[in-house]
Design a binder for this molecule. Structure first.
Ligand code: GLY
Length: 288
């Protein structure tokens, strides 16, 4: 069957002059996902797409992650296989260039979530080398952090993700983030928590969220959207999930692939850059 792929680069106040550059990277991520999805491996597809986005300094994940209150990068990531409901996540990791690849390794372990130093040690066990934490810091994030320190408020959005149905009909989702600028050290958001920032379930859909993580956790936002597919059309399911986040006080966006192989997205922020491809065609946009 024809696969379906959708990838996002975070919801928030994306400057218009950056739309083209972001959409170019998202299109490359879409292609990476498409090739693996066509080969029948939805999990490999979402990991490949998110790896491309983590490698780009334009997004708040991997290289280019936000800095915490002490000026360090601490990243969260997750992968979920809808077919088996297996999931893996990492939280507050400081020295791994591609946290989504480490989350994929956790998915194959006896645990579902590893944090901090333990996650780093597990990375070494699995042959993922340590990177210099300074190599993840970009000038742009350093400036954003300095601004946040001066004004006392930090950017609450960012995050990258992918949702896929492969040529065998298997669903998967992956999400990765540097979290909020100026967050407390040790803060973990929605991204690595199954059902909060990332979720996939066979027969229903796969979803990845972006936005103010604390509210996505309280809303169980991606689980809410995927579960709502039992009663609602996919666009409505996304709207209901983001409305629940907003009712609690947060904002953001979400992508979703349904079990019929269609890609969907919704956000209540100024912008959200996405790229998609499915049986109906392909596209890329920073506004709905
Ligand atoms: N949604 C990303 C975060 O709040 O960490």
């Amino acid at each position: 069957m024809t696969p379906a792929v959708i990838v996002h680069g975070g919801a928030g106040a994306v400057p218009e002059e950056e739309f083209a550059a972001r959409l170019e990277v998202l299109s490359r991520a879409r292609l990476a996902a498409w090739e693996a999805a066509a080969a029948g491996d939805a999990v490999a597809a979402v990991v490949a797409a998110v790896t491309v986005l983590e490698d780009s300094p334009l997004f708040n994940a991997g290289v280019g992650s936000a800095l915490n209150r002490e000026g360090f990068v601490e990243m969260d990531a997750a992968v979920m296989d809808g077919e088996t409901r297996a999931c893996g996540g990492v939280a507050a990791v400081r020295d791994v260039r591609n946290p989504v690849q480490l989350a994929r390794e956790v998915m194959d372990s006896e645990h579902v979530l590893l944090a901090g130093e333990g996650a780093s040690r597990f990375a070494r066990e699995r042959g993922i080398p340590a990177c210099d934490p300074a190599s993840l810091v970009t000038r742009r994030q350093l400036e954003r952090w300095r601004r946040a320190r001066r004004r006392g408020d930090g950017e609450k959005a960012g995050t990258v993700g992918a949702a896929v149905m492969d040529s065998r009909g298997r669903l998967a989702a992956a999400t990765s983030t540097g979290g909020m600028v100026d967050k407390r050290p040790g803060r973990v958001g929605d991204t690595p928590l199954p059902g909060a920032g990332n979720y996939a379930e066979a027969g229903l859909g796969a979803a990845s969220g972006t936005g103010y993580g604390e509210y996505f956790v309280r809303a169980l936002a991606t689980y809410r959207a995927v579960s709502a597919l039992r009663q609602h059309q996919p666009q409505r399911a996304l709207e209901l999930a983001i409305a629940e986040v907003a009712a609690l006080g947060g904002h953001g966006g979400m992508i979703l692939v349904d079990a019929a192989g269609r890609s969907w997205w919704h956000h209540d922020t100024a912008a959200m850059c996405v790229a998609w491809r499915d049986a109906a065609g392909e596209g890329a946009s920073c506004r709905r």
